[in-house]
Design a protein around this ligand. Structure first.
Ligand code: NAD
Length: 490
């Protein structure tokens, strides 16, 4: 594997460019806590240029006028280049994000799949013809919004960016993507793949900057038409104010505090393994993480013992060495997680294992953590930790289990562990969540709609539903006769 580039530029109007002010952001390797490389730091002038390029490309109608099947072919080309670069992407993602090499490569392959999936749908988004009698022809056109401003978080920057960029291209929108300042490298490969595939200049622009200036400036820009935001509730709320000011639509993919409900008849070992994958994958930095496990009180002791044993069996260390628990993204994030664990203990929760930063490792490692004795009123049971920290809560009857699962501000995901299909169906219907997993956390894929209820946001990404967030319906009504239903012109 070749050495990682030491400096990465922004991609604006089909060119790799320095930032207008010549400023840079230092990107750290979270596994070593050492500087890794620098990226050009976009500020207002760079955003102005990126938005102008996206506007010019949109107004040229180059994407819109293309036969949709050809737009799809162009997206297949992006996917092909992304796949060819998968090893290189995986390496970059491993170093700047902390994932394993396999995890990083899988990000690239998943990103490629988003382009093939939505490329395949580009020619299947159709309008309707609405019958109005003999004197009229009426039809609808799914019209792109224009310039789509997209902001992504650091936990899965490439996949998340790919799902939004792919939808935008399939529907002939143009894009300004702001990558996350903590782990931006993989998103540049979207630009590289677009460049190699021959995507028109200005259709996809990728810039990196800080949220408080670059991101805030982008979402308030007078010349954007659409926002796709994936990130925290707090940032989402501030972006929504900018969207409200300009009355532009937005997709909000926010946080979660998702619960898996284990019913009495569940296969306990299967539920434990699924829960471990749900909370410990990507060091718990997953919006759809299973951060709570609800268990029947009589099974509590057995489940806690097995869950703690499972957590203890996981190796903690750098992704490049293939460990199970890789680092969290930054010192701030590690301190926040550790602080939440300490507060939970003060509130009466019991850490059966973990709860602290790893004592012997240089990077930002948190030990896999299992809390018992958690009650619904505790902060650890209500707020997103975004780390490898599971809270186990006991319940007495199934109605209480559903109430506990629904008892947070969020509604991103929920899970059920049972062999009883009737009970699973009953519970799935009552859980307030955008997606419900039965007997396997993360069941689903690129094809399945994903998004939140309540404060986890609105709009859907993934699946066919996502495309509907990238178009607005235009109705065209035509009077074709002077009246009377006769021949045209009669
Ligand atoms: P964050 O909200 O801090 O940052 C997300 C992005 O927003 C970053 O690119 C950041 O630079 C930018 N940003 C920050 N302040 C901004 C502002 N005022 N205006 C415009 N942009 C701004 O979130 P994070 O810490 O990077 O990511 C973790 C959060 O993302 C968690 O809450 C997680 O649940 C959520 N998330 C949700 C999904 C989903 O699909 N629902 C997926 C992944 C992560």
């Amino acid at each position: 594997m070749q050495d990682l580039k030491k400096y990465w530029k922004n991609y604006i109007d089909g060119q790799w460019v320095d930032s207008a002010r010549g400023e840079r952001i230092v990107v750290e390797n979270p596994a070593t806590a050492q500087p890794l490389c620098e990226v050009a730091r976009a500020t207002e002038e760079d955003i102005d240029q990126a938005v102008a390029a996206a506007r010019k490309c949109f107004n040229s109608r180059v994407l819109y006028n293309m036969r949709p099947t050809n737009r799809g072919q162009l997206m297949f080309e992006i996917a092909r280049h992304m796949t060819e670069m998968a090893e290189e992407i995986g390496y970059a993602e491993c170093l700047d994000n902390g994932k394993t090499l396999t995890g990083g490569k899988n990000e690239a392959l998943a990103a490629a799949r988003y382009f093939t999936y939505y490329g395949g749908l580009a020619d299947k988004l159709e309008g309707r013809m609405i019958p109005l009698g003999a004197d009229y022809v009426d039809y609808t056109i799914p019209s792109p919004f224009g310039v789509s401003a997209q902001i992504v978080p650091w936990n899965f920057p490439l996949q998340i960016a790919a799902r939004s960029v792919a939808c935008a291209l399939a529907t002939a929108n143009t894009v300004v993507l702001k990558s996350p300042e903590l782990s931006p490298l993989s998103t540049y490969f979207i630009a590289e793949a677009c460049d190699r595939a021959g995507v028109p200049a200005g259709a996809v622009n990728v810039v990196c900057g800080y949220g408080h200036d670059c991101g805030a400036y982008l979402v308030a820009h007078q010349d954007i038409d659409h926002i796709v935001f994936t990130g925290s509730l707090k940032t989402g709320q501030s972006i929504l104010k900018a969207a409200a000011e300009r009355v532009i639509p937005s997709v909000m993919e926010l946080g979660g505090k998702s619960a898996g409900v284990m019913f009495e008849d569940a296969d306990i070992d299967q539920a434990i393994n699924s829960t471990a994958s749900g909370i410990f994958s990507n060091a718990g930095q997953v919006c759809s993480a299973q951060s709570r496990l609800l268990v029947p009180r009589k099974l509590q002791a057995e489940v806690l013992e097995k869950m703690a044993a499972k957590a203890k069996s996981l190796s903690v260390g750098p992704g490049i060495d293939g460990h199970d628990i890789t680092p969290v993204i930054s010192a701030n994030q590690a301190a926040k997680i550790e602080g939440m664990c300490m507060s939970a203990e003060q509130a009466g929760a019991e850490a059966l294992t973990g709860g602290r930063k790893h004592p012997d490792l240089e990077g930002h490692f948190i030990e896999p953590t299992v809390f018992g004795n958690v009650t619904a009123d505790m902060t650890i049971a209500q707020e997103e930790v975004f780390g490898p920290v599971l809270s186990v809560l006991a319940y007495d009857d199934v109605e209480e289990a559903i109430e506990l699962a629904n008892g947070t501000d969020y509604g991103l995901c929920a899970g059920i562990y049972t062999k009883n299909l009737g009970l699973a169906h009953w519970a799935a219907d009552r859980l307030i969540a955008g997606q419900v997993f039965i007997n396997e956390w993360f069941a689903g894929g690129i094809e399945t709609p994903f998004g939140g209820m309540k404060r986890s946001g609105y709009g859907r990404e993934k699946g066919q539903e996502a495309l509907l967030n990238y178009v607005q319906t235009k109705n065209v009504g035509i009077r074709i006769t002077a009246g009377g239903g006769g021949r045209p012109g009669g």
